[in-house]
Design a protein around this ligand. Structure first.
Ligand SMILES: [Fe+2]
Ligand SMILES: [Fe+2]
Length: 274
């Protein structure tokens, strides 16, 4: 039966809805298919903000490789060798692959937000797809491919823990894990540049520039949701970090990038107080 026959007037379900397209891209397993689906979602795609999707098996779609292992099993390698630099780029590519999935996931999973919310995360999904593509092209140039090294899944684990709580998702994915990327980027960039790999270092520069925007989007919607729920952002963050067992963030912090991403003095003081 066509489900649109049973939907209330004005609530018919369109397969072309931006959120339905995001879910289809999330379910895609092969990276070329996932990237093509993300690119195909139009800015002006029809948007049904209220639709509640039935939970779906097989999300997130991902290829059989890389093999997923515990974080402690991912070895740090020397930047002096091409293989070592490829392993680092591969770890970054895996983060970006997860980041594509995370941006798509927030779009279909959380109904009832304003149109601007879904459009913001579409922009993030596109930029994550670009980051993944830049890294896998660079890997290719070095003689490697996505899937050649084992990887860990810390980013997606936090997505699962916060799948029923938008405020927690915003607090702990963009504002914690992606923000941690802002802190880590200068060191990674310098390691690559120090090893003479200026092309890889230039990709990390692009990623850092874009990630400031992603954390800013996370901050914007986190604060909007705090206001809607009558919560104070700093205290609410501390409570969510504890409840969902968020990783403890350690310095050095990239305060300039964090400020540019919208963290205010009270939040940065709380961060530094640990
Ligand atoms: Fe990214
Ligand atoms: Fe990001």
């Amino acid at each position: 039966m066509d489900s649109s026959n049973t939907a209330p007037a004005g609530q018919e379900h369109h397969p072309d809805c931006m959120r339905a397209q995001a879910l289809a891209a999330l379910a895609a397993t092969a990276w070329p298919d996932k990237l093509a689906r993300v690119r195909a979602i139009a800015d002006d795609a029809m948007l049904d903000c209220q639709r509640v999707f039935a939970p779906m098996d097989g999300v997130p779609g991902r290829p059989p490789l890389p093999e997923l292992v515990a974080p402690a099993q991912v070895r740090q390698r020397s930047m002096a060798t091409q293989e070592g630099r490829a392993a680092l780029l591969h770890a970054l590519a895996h983060i970006e692959f997860n980041a594509v999935n995370l941006a798509l996931d927030i779009m279909w999973r959380f109904a009832g937000m304003p149109e601007a919310f879904y459009r913001d995360w579409l922009r993030v999904a596109r930029e994550e797809a670009l980051h993944f593509d830049l890294l896998r092209r660079r890997l290719d140039a070095l003689g490697y491919a996505y899937g050649d090294f084992p990887a860990h899944n810390g980013l997606w684990d936090m997505a699962e823990r916060t799948c029923g709580d938008l405020l927690a998702r915003l607090a702990l994915v963009p504002r914690t894990l992606e923000a941690r990327g802002l802190d880590a980027s200068p060191m990674i960039r310098n390691k690559l540049a120090g090893a003479g790999d200026t092309e890889s270092a230039a990709i990390v520069d692009i990623i850092l520039r874009d990630e400031i925007g992603h954390v800013a989007i996370g901050n914007h919607w986190y604060k909007q949701q705090c206001v809607a729920a009558g919560k104070e952002p700093v205290a609410c963050y501390a409570e969510l970090a504890k409840r969902y067992d968020a990783p403890r963030l350690r310095g050095p912090f990239n305060l300039e990038a964090r400020r540019a991403a919208g963290f205010d003095d009270a939040e940065l003081a709380a961060l530094q107080a640990g």
